[in-house]
Design a binder for this molecule. Structure first.
Ligand code: AMP
Length: 457
């Protein structure tokens, strides 16, 4: 039996895939408001929008983000393109990175992933389009969905939305870092999110970090420390000890507090850069908290790292994270000496924070509900709906005639500001009736004066 001929109770209904969701009106109005506000703020700092593809070669993310990161090793949605059967593992076409690795004739470009983040793509595009050949820094921003196969929970999704900005160029002046962070605080202010903390740190450079990492590794290998670490952290002692600092496991917190801090092991250049950053932030009156544990989860960061958290968000409290990645352009095959810094903010979480703060109301009610009655009124109703929409009013025109009382009820439910009443009388006299729903006041206006009337609001 085909699905269509089955009784309704037996027909299979589709649901959004776990970790993904629909954003519906009226909630979508707040998303649009937020994106418009973010664009406005970033454009006021002279950032231009970049749109990159949703999927890229897996290798790009593996190289940029790091093979050892959770994001790349466990969370990417990866597939073969063109598809082919894999005779490895229990499932045909099993497309884990591991099983694909067993295909000896696999070309790197045959393996693609949905983007788990966008910095790698932005840097790829920067190199591909030779953006470094133009003088000055490139200031780019993006808005769009990212994909990570994480365990879904409130504030954590498998398809989530990020807004991010990147500055790429030959300068690594701390003023660039400070201005980027200032821009974020302006956005928070526009969203009237007052409860947040800006955490900053410096994680050093290729000159000073390796010595610190070895020191940290040696410390973590000490049996009385190592035995108290969880399995993930124990593995990271060898693969990337810096990331142990990132651990959120409650039982590891006391140990982490006592580990050597990178801020005490920075080279002279990194120290000077970090000191200057703090001065630049103070100059801009941006309050910050230093967090020696802030190392960030992705491999490409160096020197400045920062994060903004908000206590109004609950467990998933990170609103935004970012940092400097001076070696990334070169690592992805681009020219030497190009520096970079960027951030990505979680749009889903910003929206939650805006809702929690209860200060912004972005939903837009209908301005004019046109209650038309009778065949003769209909052409006028259609014409006026078109004209008023051209004036940027939100207009609801019922597609079928509705009785007067019902029309008023519907307009009221929609939260319409005005009802424009057009019936036989109005057509005959060319005098239309406008009812303001807030106070019930009714006026007669001439058909020719309608546009002016609503322009005055
Ligand atoms: P990251 O790219 O991991 O530095 O993340 C930057 C920001 O994106 C975080 O601070 C979060 O606000 C947001 N984010 C990251 N992963 C998720 C997710 N799975 N669901 C929702 N938001 C996320």
């Amino acid at each position: 039996m085909s699905e269509a001929t089955k009784p309704e109770s037996e027909r299979r209904q589709f649901k959004a895939i776990k970790g993904t969701r629909d954003i519906l009106p009226p909630d979508s109005a707040l998303w649009n408001w937020f994106e418009k506000t973010a664009r406005g703020v970033m454009e006021s700092y002279n950032f231009g929008e970049i749109r990159t593809p949703i999927f890229e070669e897996t290798e790009l993310f593996a190289r940029a983000v790091g093979n050892e990161t959770e994001v790349v090793s466990k969370e990417m949605y990866t597939f073969l393109d063109p598809p082919r059967d894999l005779d490895v593992g229990p499932f045909p076409r099993q497309t884990t990175l591991e099983s694909m690795g067993q295909l000896s004739d696999l070309l790197p470009r045959d393996r693609v992933s949905l983007r788990p983040e966008a910095t790698a793509s932005v840097v790829r595009a920067y190199i591909e389009h030779g953006m470094h050949t133009r003088p000055g820094d490139r200031k780019l921003y993006y808005i769009g969905p990212m994909f990570r196969r994480e365990r879904p929970q409130k504030g954590r999704y498998r398809q989530f939305y990020q807004i991010g900005a990147e500055v790429l160029g030959t300068s690594d002046a701390p003023a660039i870092d400070a201005e980027l962070i200032e821009m974020l605080t302006v956005l928070l202010e526009r969203c009237q999110i007052e409860k947040y903390t800006l955490l900053i740190n410096s994680i050093g450079c290729s000159a000073c970090r390796p010595t610190y990492v070895e020191l940290l590794r040696a410390k973590l290998r000490e049996p009385e420390i190592f035995s108290k670490l969880g399995a993930d952290s124990q593995r990271r002692v060898e693969t990337n000890p810096l990331r142990v600092m990132d651990s959120k496991l409650p039982e590891e917190q006391a140990i982490i507090e006592k580990l050597p801090k990178i801020s005490e092991h920075l080279c002279a250049d990194c120290k000077a850069h970090y000191e200057k950053l703090k001065k630049e932030l103070a100059l801009r009156e941006v309050p910050f908290t230093e967090s020696p544990r802030l190392v960030r989860g992705l491999d490409y960061y160096m020197r400045t790292t920062f994060e903004i958290t908000s206590p109004i968000l609950g467990a998933q409290n990170a609103l935004c994270g970012g940092g400097r990645y001076d070696g990334l352009v070169e690592m992805l095959g681009g020219p030497k000496g190009i520096k970079g810094i960027g951030f990505a903010l979680g749009e889903d979480r910003f929206i939650d924070a805006i809702v929690e703060a209860k200060k912004i109301n972005a939903t837009r009610a209908v301005d004019v509900f046109i209650a038309w009655m009778g065949e003769r009124a209909y052409p006028t109703a259609v014409r006026l709906a078109h004209v008023l929409r051209g004036e940027k009013h939100a207009v609801e025109l019922p597609p079928e005639e509705v009785k007067f009382r019902k029309a008023l009820e519907r307009a009221d439910k929609m939260g319409a500001r005005y009802v424009l009443i057009i019936g036989d009388d109005e057509i005959a006299s060319k005098q239309l009736t406008v009812k303001r729903l807030a106070n019930g006041v009714q006026e007669r206006i001439s058909e020719d004066a309608v546009v002016d009337y609503f322009r005055r609001g």
